[in-house]
Design a protein around this ligand. Structure first.
Ligand code: ACO
Length: 329
């Protein structure tokens, strides 16, 4: 029984409309100069009311299945990493129906910007125990739904998108190492908090009725957290893999801010040419950033079969994780 893991296909999708920094500066008091020098972001894709998270995810999934040459009916498990489902009960089942993966069990996984890495490690547990052979892992978010479009400190950072990979059982295990962490004490730094008002029902019983509040973020605190914790966890995962940063071909970080990418790479002593970045065109798409950037780099022909990738996701929770894997297609 093959109980190793191979990453054998990727796909991605973005909404039709994009908004560049000049366009944003018509909505809030900001400028292309401020946004691009502080974050590296120049433009982002934004989903229209007609474009759902499930639709974007289904397109990304189909692209990944087609690269992997795996049929939808051969998928055993669909994991959707998202914090912005179309349905609070979960959107993975809608994607399952959309792509016709009728034999797959499907569920959502919420770990904010760490969701894709947490999802990869979750998928690996099913594959390594021999339970499932083909897993479709999707990272997708439509954070534009939860951004306060009057708050210039946060609305300039985010965009929408979806990315997917196919993970398959393999004789050789190409997931070489991983590490995951959470710290709920830092939850206040970054959240989309539910807020409700008391509604009396009957007999002294009250329930809460409300909705989620827009993204709330302490930018400086998140920045500090990322540049300190991410190098640490990448080193930890590399140690488990018995590798050093010299052995990696690509550093694939959650695309939160170019300054974070640069600072983490500098601490890890990884040269700029090994650091994958597409933040200029997409902004921070939360759980989608890693598979989106992976897919673009694969399709541009940079990532080659056998290349070793150190991926790290980090964000709300706070949560952070790293996975060291080899690309196989
Ligand atoms: N345009 C113009 N001016 C702005 C903007 C803007 N969009 N946003 C803030 N400013 C102003 C502020 O009002 C402030 O002005 P003041 O000095 O007159 O009060 C000044 O710029 C500096 O503001 P800071 O918030 O101190 O800016 P900072 O240098 O910390 O940069 C940033 C902000 C880019 C958000 C930075 O803190 C950061 O990158 N943090 C990481 C957060 C992050 O990546 N979050 C993504 C989500 S989390 C995740 O995915 C991990």
């Amino acid at each position: 029984m093959a109980t190793g893991l191979a990453v054998i296909g990727s796909g991605s999708a973005a909404p039709k409309a994009s908004l560049n920094n000049d366009g944003l500066s018509k909505i809030v008091d900001t400028s292309d100069e401020w946004i691009s020098t502080r974050t590296g972001i120049r433009s982002r894709y934004l989903a229209s009311p007609q474009e759902s998270l499930s639709q974007l995810s289904a397109i990304a999934a189909q692209n990944a299945l087609s690269m992997a040459q795996v049929g939808a009916t051969d998928i055993d498990l669909i994991l959707l990493a998202t914090s912005t489902p179309d349905d609070l009960f979960g959107s993975a089942c809608q994607i399952q129906a959309e792509i016709g993966a009728k034999h797959a069990v499907a569920f959502d996984l919420t770990a904010a910007c760490s969701g894709f890495v947490f999802g990869m490690i979750t998928a690996a547990q099913f594959i390594r125990t021999g339970v499932y052979r083909n897993v479709l892992l999707i990272g997708a978010d439509v954070l534009s739904r939860w951004v306060d479009w009057t708050d210039r400190r946060s609305c300039v950072l985010f965009g929408d998108g979806a990315g997917a990979v196919v993970l398959q059982a393999n004789e050789i295990d190409h997931l070489l190492g991983f590490a995951l962490h959470s710290d709920g004490c830092l939850h206040d730094c970054l959240n989309v908090q539910y807020q409700g008002e008391s509604r009396p029902l009957t007999g002294g019983i009250n329930v809460s009725q409300g909705t989620y509040q827009p993204i709330s973020m302490n930018g400086k605190e998140v920045y500090r957290f990322a540049v300190n914790r991410v190098p640490e966890i990448v080193e930890k995962a590399l140690f488990q893999a018995e590798l050093t940063t010299d052995d990696i071909d690509w550093l694939l970080l959650h695309q939160a801010n170019q300054r974070i990418l640069d600072a983490v790479a500098k601490r890890l002593k990884v040269p700029a040419e090994k650091v994958i970045s597409n933040i200029a065109n997409y902004g921070n798409t939360s759980a989608a950033t890693i598979p989106l950037a992976l897919d673009a780099t694969v399709r541009q022909g940079y990532i080659q079969p056998g290349d070793t990738i150190a991926a790290s996701g980090f964000g709300a929770g706070l949560s952070w994780g790293a996975a060291i894997f080899q690309w196989q297609r």
